[in-house]
Design a protein around this ligand. Structure first.
Ligand code: ADP
Ligand code: MG
Length: 254
């Protein structure tokens, strides 16, 4: 079998005395969409942040394409010694955040081009061509010269997705990509995520949107207080939840 893009084994992470991840394991095979659900504070963002080396961890292992990348630290926010390695992992596991995080002083095209040009040192001309194509793909090809403040939240989030795609990552990590959006704008972003799933992109999506999780995922993981409480195919998890905690969670979120 193909080596998974991301594999997390028995990961433990604490902030001081607060144990946030208590032995989490999770696998994202190539071309699969994994959704991560759970109440606020269950450790979903922390797990994503560990995976792309924004956080260290204390025990367990994270593998990127079979290679251990685990950064075992002290919780003191020391960065791993090899910055090149960190950059490579961040590039390959591109993250999309709830709060788009676009540069306000740059046009949309400049936002999408920034990291591939300055971080990866790719030729400007090639990057511009790719950036325009990705902006087209997410349906805002006409917004290249506009500034973020002039766009709706849904358009800004789609620009953030184009920016992540322009890094040509091996996987996309989404942290509540639709949570900051009004319901009608949410659907624009869901549509883009669905299209990416249909293309066979490897993705891990933290979401509160159970309908999207049901529609796009190959596998759903329910995190409860830092542990995987239940996981499986979306039809099983949403159709016939086994644990009482998941049943409660689902009835509270619908
Ligand atoms: P979720 O994304 O599922 O809502 P988080 O991973 O953000 O959960 O947070 C899990 C727990 O870790 C929460 O109790 C949160 O307060 C705590 N936490 C998150 N980040 C930090 C941090 N940088 N320092 C201390 N505690 C944190
Ligand atoms: Mg979170």
């Amino acid at each position: 079998m193909d080596t998974p893009v991301i594999e997390i084994r028995d990961l433990h992470k604490a902030y001081g005395a607060l144990e946030v991840l208590k032995g989490v394991s999770m696998t994202a095979p190539r071309g699969h969409v994994l959704s991560l659900i759970g109440s606020s504070g269950s450790g979903k963002s922390t797990l994503l942040r560990c995976a792309n080396l924004l956080e260290d961890s204390q025990q367990g292992e994270i593998l990127f394409e079979g290679e251990p990348i685990t950064w075992k630290g002290t919780g003191l926010h020391r960065r791993p010694a090899d910055r090149k390695q960190v950059m490579r992992i961040r590039t390959n596991l591109s993250m999309v955040f709830q709060q788009f995080n676009l540069w306000a002083h740059m046009t949309i095209l400049e936002n999408v081009m920034e990291a591939p040009v300055t971080v990866l040192g790719r030729p400007k001309k090639d990057v511009e061509e790719a950036a325009r194509a990705y902006l087209d793909k997410v349906g805002i090809g006409d917004k290249c010269d506009v500034y973020p403040a002039q766009m709706s939240g849904g358009q800004q989030q789609r620009a953030a997705i184009a920016r992540a795609l322009c890094m040509e990552p091996k996987a996309l990590l989404f942290d509540e990509p639709t949570s900051a959006l009004d319901p009608e704008l949410e659907q624009e972003v869901v549509k883009v995520i669905k299209a990416l799933a249909e293309e066979g992109r490897t993705m891990i999506i933290v979401t509160h949107d159970m309908r999207m999780a049901n529609d796009v995922s190959d596998h759903v993981v329910f995190l409860h207080q830092g542990r995987v409480e239940e996981e499986g195919a979306p039809a099983d998890l949403f159709g016939a939840p086994k644990t009482e905690r998941l049943q409660q969670f689902l009835s509270a979120t619908v």
